[in-house]
Structure formats: structure tokens, C-alpha cells
Design a protein around this ligand. Structure first.
Ligand code: SAH
Length: 351
């Protein structure tokens, strides 16, 4: 090599000396200055190339590697990345321009349409647009009023969200989803319920916030504390709904407050809500499923199914119809199936 070679010339000479398609990082390039990379060379299957390229220990691997010139492959990779980034940017700009063009065209078409109209037509068209706008605003306002009217409903239901610590993260997410269904069903119901979410201070509150940050604006009473503290004046009216109760519910009354356990546990925790109600000295009852619906498997329903049943029963005052409407067909058994024979049709829990 000539003694007076510049660093760049040395680099070029070294790169040119590489055989075409040389996939390996070449240690001989370490001695020359030039473009550098601080990333460790990627390990390849077998790890052979990596071992040859670096003699670092695993501990040293976490430290930034001393500046080394780029290998031919690294330069190729870098060029590829740059080309990809440029392509992405160009595509974004193209999309933006297209969007702008579309909105310009729509505006121009609208202006042309207005231009082509007679004064009378234009006035009629504008009046129509105004009426549409007002109708949409009125509908939104009515929906808002209906939602908040739920808070004054004579029927009260509590969703007890104190069980987050007994559920996996996935179960908490699933519960959060069920609560969203519950809220949505309540806003659409013929007779909405006054809903309390209690025990929001725990894991379930967090999961709900994560999955649906807007829940804080829902027309429900949000309570960090337990229903015992949130509704002290109604302690005597509380009825915990639990499939494990020996008492069967006959009707929903405004004079009672029904609690649903915010629980997704695949019945891992048998009797949990029943025991909680007994310990707290509050009444409990199960839904009258066994007399009104032949079901396959378990009589334990999900939280949103229970809420749907309450909404349907308050509206229809007919258990057969309410259960039929709220329990998915796959949970309902055909009459006189083997399942009936096995369970004597008495709704033994079988999970
Ligand atoms: N092992 C849990 C089951 C959770 S199911 C428990 O001990 O409760 C979710 C909730 O829905 C229950 O806590 C209960 O409030 C309600 N629920 C489900 N099936 C029911 C039924 N057949 N009767 C009354 N409430 C029921």
C-alpha cells in the first residue's frame, strides 16, 4: 500500500479488496478509519461469523462497542434502510397530496353545484342542510339525556369490582370488555338501570381505564369504595346475585339493590360471591334459570348475560322470554337431551 494514502483512499482500497458477495465482517478493516457503526455485528445461525468478528465476552456485549468501520454488508444494510425510509416518506407525502386533492375537488364540486342552482333552489338546499344538522344535534342531545336519565332509574344494580386480585390479567381485560357491553346494553334498554360500579380502586378499575379510558364519562355512579360504603342507606336492600344461592329470585323490585359479581373465573372460585354475601350478612339469590330454561353445562352466566336478563325481565316481566332473549342458544340445551337426564334437569353446576 502506498505510504501517503489518505484514510478514505485506504477505506476504498480495502472495500474493493473484498470479494463480491463476501458475507463476513472482515477484521482487516478494523485498522482503517472511516464510516463506523456502534452496533454489534448481527449473529448468524451457527454463530460462527459472529465469533470471528468479535472477541467480546457477554458482559462486554452490553457496552457500546468501540467505533469500527462499516463492513460491506453493514453498508448495504444501511443503504437498504435509508432507501426504505425514503420510500415510506414519499408514500406518505403522496397520500397527503391525494387527500388534499380529493378535498379540493369536493369543495369545487360543492361550489359548482351551488353556483348552478337558482336562488330558490339554493335557499331550499341550505334549509335542508340546516335541518339535517339540527336533527343530528337533537338526536345527540336526546341520547345524552337518556343516558343520564338512567342515573335516576328506580331500578338499581351494582357491579362489584372488588375481585381483580383473584383474576389473571387476561381475565381482568375480559371483565373490562364485559363491563363495556353492560354499559352499552343499558344505554339502549327500554327501561335502563341505575348502575353503580363499586370497588373501582383495584385492578379492575385499572383494567377498565386501560381498555376504555372513556368509561369515566359513562352515565354510571363510579365508586372506588365497596357498595357497603357507597350505599350505606340501602344496606338492608342489598341482594347479591349468585348462582350458588339456595334462594330463587322471582322478580326485580325497585326496593332492592341487586349486586352482580364482576368476576370472570371459569368457576375456579366456587361459592365465592355466596360466601362474601353470607360474611357481610346480606341477602342473596340465584336467577330462576332451572325452571325456565334448559341449559347445557353450567348455570353460571357471564356478567353481561346477567345484566341482559335483568334488563329484559324488567321490560318483559316474563322469565321465559327474558331468558330466551338473553342466554345464547349454545348455552341452551334442547329439551330432553342426555344432559337433562344426567343432571335431572335440576341445574347442577357442571364445570
Ligand atoms: N364463581 C363466581 C362466578 C362468577 S359469574 C361466583 O362465585 O360468583 C359472574 C357473576 O354473575 C356472579 O358473581 C353472579 O353475580 C352473576 N351470576 C352468574 N350466574 C348467575 C345465576 N345463575 N344466578 C345469579 N347470578 C348469577
Amino acid at each position: 500500500m502506498p505510504a501517503r494514502m489518505s484514510a478514505d483512499e485506504k477505506n476504498e482500497a480495502a472495500a474493493a479488496a473484498l470479494p463480491e458477495g463476501d458475507g463476513e465482517f472482515t477484521p482487516t478493516l478494523w485498522s482503517v478509519t472511516g464510516p463506523t457503526e456502534t452496533k454489534r455485528p448481527e449473529s448468524r445461525p451457527g454463530g460462527d461469523g459472529d465469533a470471528r468478528a468479535t472477541h467480546e465476552t457477554d458482559a462486554a456485549a452490553d457496552e457500546p462497542v468501540a467505533a469500527v468501520p462499516l463492513s460491506k454488508n453493514a453498508r448495504k444494510r444501511l443503504a437498504k434502510q435509508e432507501a426504505w425510509a425514503a420510500k415510506k416518506k414519499a408514500k406518505k407525502e403522496e397520500e397527503k397530496a391525494l387527500k388534499q386533492q380529493k378535498s379540493d375537488e369536493a369543495r369545487a364540486a360543492f361550489a359548482a353545484k351551488m353556483e348552478a342552482m337558482t336562488d330558490a333552489e339554493r335557499a331550499e338546499y341550505e334549509a335542508e342542510r340546516k335541518a339535517n344538522r339540527e336533527r343530528r344535534m337533537k338526536e345527540a342531545e336526546e341520547a345524552k339525556v337518556k343516558k343520564s336519565a338512567a342515573l335516576r332509574s328506580p331500578y338499581t344494580v351494582v357491579l362489584d369490582l372488588e375481585f381483580g386480585d383473584l383474576m389473571t390479567e387476561k381475565e381482568c381485560r375480559s371483565m373490562a370488555k364485559q363491563l363495556t357491553y353492560c354499559y352499552s346494553a343499558n344505554t339502549k334498554a327500554a327501561v335502563p338501570l341505575c348502575m353503580y360500579f363499586t370497588g373501582l380502586g383495584g385492578e379492575l378499575g385499572e383494567a377498565l381505564l386501560k381498555s376504555n379510558p372513556g368509561y369515566k364519562n359513562w352515565a354510571v355512579h363510579h365508586k372506588e369504595e365497596s357498595y357497603l360504603d357507597a350505599l350505606p342507606e340501602r344496606r338492608g336492600d342489598l341482594v347479591y346475585l349468585t348462582a350458588d344461592s339456595e334462594h330463587e329470585l322471582t322478580e326485580f323490585k325497585p326496593s332492592e339493590v341487586y349486586i352482580i359479581g364482576g368476576f370472570v373465573d371459569k368457576n375456579r372460585h366456587k361459592n365465592l360471591t355466596l360466601n362474601k354475601a353470607n360474611e357481610q350478612g346480606i341477602r342473596h339469590a340465584r336467577l330462576p334459570i332451572r325452571d325456565h330454561l334448559k341449559m347445557t353445562g353450567t348455570h353460571i352466566l357471564t356478567v353481561n348475560q346477567v345484566l341482559d336478563i335483568i334488563l329484559a325481565q324488567i321490560e318483559l316481566k316474563d322469565w321465559d322470554k327474558s331468558l330466551e332473549r338473553s342466554v345464547p342458544e349454545r348455552k341452551q340445551a334442547k329439551e330432553n337431551t342426555e344432559e337433562d337426564g344426567k343432571n335431572g334437569g335440576d341445574g347442577e353446576l357442571s364445570e
